[in-house]
Design a protein around this ligand. Structure first.
Ligand code: PLP
Length: 436
């Protein structure tokens, strides 16, 4: 490929000049591996971008997409419908926690987040509590890139660049960084008390002004921040006490990533809404969804002051190709028992990643389900450079990892084998030994 072929594409979340000076391209994908255009195999330790949970190139999904594209390419979903969207919603509702069985389709995680926030506001208004509008997120939360998502998100750069519209929100403290929790295996012991900060926010604004709290059960994109034992249960209890909706953003933690259909199942905490995307279709077709409680749905329909109860939707909500891909994906998850497989692999995964504790530059390691974060000490005067170089070196040695700040984030497809886990860990050890 000639260098000027790279010019037109403005790449997302990428230092464009650095990439284009030395492009790392992917050409094919099957099972646990990508293939580069020059034929090198790359072991995928990140499920693409936390999304290809069943592994790449799954034939039943490909076939379902092919079949659907031949039968009906597109169907509007405003005032019309197609059977597959209803079937997919019903199947999905069987997988979501009990009571969260009304499904609104979107095309991405960002849209799922904005949808859930809008539902929260509309719901309270529909029940005559229209002053409940404040939204509570958390520091170091990532909820996509819509203005709603970055408002409740806790990423300083979003506030720095796009802050002018981010009003009406507050943030809980993040749960990370307590010295007692270093190198925690699974859930850290300390920090459940950080949920009590919600009481402080309620005391400040009064619950009559607060609509919802949104958190990722495990905050992944900002560096794998695992919730302390009891933390999510506490948040649920405080929300209940003050009539505040609790939204779990499970865009990453859904679909087996933590060894259960959803993190809500694994933690035994049922939110009022779940945002999902990524693993929903194994990433083969862009799709997202919000699962809302029946109570929210019924309230909205009963309290509607206009024929359209929720003034919201996307041209591609419930797109036929997404529904076909999603149905085939759910069948693979269930037929192959992939969520149970992830849970069974967790101890092996945990031991393997924590064996990196004595690797060069490593200052902390955390894990939950088939997720791990390996935190590196930042290079003096050049934060994030070391991790970025580790990412590039790993790729050149046939391993795809993800880095965020100075943290390596790992999330292999749920079909990963024990020997592939060993390979992931050995390659990272070698890369860290070589990176300055
Ligand atoms: N929410 C969470 C928790 C995410 O991790 C992500 C993406 O990584 C998003 C939302 C945004 O999803 P998308 O990139 O599909 O818009």
């Amino acid at each position: 490929m000639a260098a000027n072929d790279l010019d037109a594409y403005w790449m997302p979340f990428t230092p464009n000049r650095r990439f284009k000076a030395n492009p790392r391209l992917l050409g094919g994908a099957k099972g646990m591996h990508y293939t580069t255009p020059d034929g090198r195999q790359i072991l995928d330790a990140t499920s693409g971008l936390w999304c290809v949970n069943a592994g790449h190139g799954r034939e039943p999904i490909t076939e379902a997409i092919r079949r659907q594209a031949g039968e009906m390419d597109y169907a509007p979903s405003f005032n019309l419908g197609h059977p597959l969207a209803f079937t997919f919603a019903s199947r999905l509702a069987q997988m979501t926690p009990k009571g969260l069985d009304r499904i609104f389709f979107t095309n991405s995680g960002s849209e799922a987040v904005d949808t859930a926030l809008k539902i929260a506001l509309a719901y309270h208004r529909g029940r005559g509590k229209g002053t409940k509008t404040r939204l509570i997120g958390r520091e170091r939360g990532y909820h996509g890139v819509g203005f709603g998502g970055i408002s409740v998100g806790g990423i300083p750069k979003n506030r720095m660049y796009f802050g002018s519209l981010l009003t009406g929100v507050d943030h809980l403290p993040h749960t990370h960084g307590l010295p007692e929790n270093l190198f925690s295996q699974g859930l850290p012991r300390h920090g459940a008390h950080l949920a009590d900060d919600l009481e402080r926010i309620v005391a400040l604004h009064d619950a009559s002004n607060i609509a919802a709290v949104i958190v990722e059960p495990v905050a992944c994109s900002t560096g794998v921040l695992v919730p302390p034992e009891g933390y999510l249960q506490k948040l649920r209890a405080i929300c209940d006490r003050h009539d505040i909706l609790l939204i779990f953003d499970e865009v990453i933690t859904g679909f087996g990533r933590v060894g259960a259909p959803f993190a809500a199942d694994r933690f035994g905490v049922t939110p009022d809404m779940i945002c999902m995307a990524k693993g929903l279709t194994n990433a083969a077709v862009p799709a997202g969804a919000v699962a809302a409680s029946t109570a929210i749905y019924d309230t909205m329909l009963d309290g509607a002051d206009a024929p359209i109860e929720l003034f919201h939707g996307y041209t591609y909500s419930g797109h036929p190709l997404a529904c076909a891909a999603g149905l085939a994906t759910l069948e693979i998850y269930q037929g192959e028992g992939l969520f149970e497989r992830a849970l069974a692999l967790e101890p092996y995964w945990r031991a393997a990643v924590h064996s990196l504790a004595d690797a060069r530059h490593v200052v902390d390691i955390r894990d939950f389900g088939l997720i791990a974060g390996v935190e590196l000490s930042p290079r003096a005067g050049a934060p994030t450079a070391r991790a970025m170089e580790a990412f590039e070196a790993a790729f050149d040695q046939g391993l795809l990892i993800r880095v965020t700040g100075d943290i390596i984030a790992l999330s292999p497809p749920l079909i990963v084998s024990e020997s592939q886990i060993d390979q992931i860990v050995e390659t990272i050890r070698k890369v860290l030994a070589a990176v300055e």
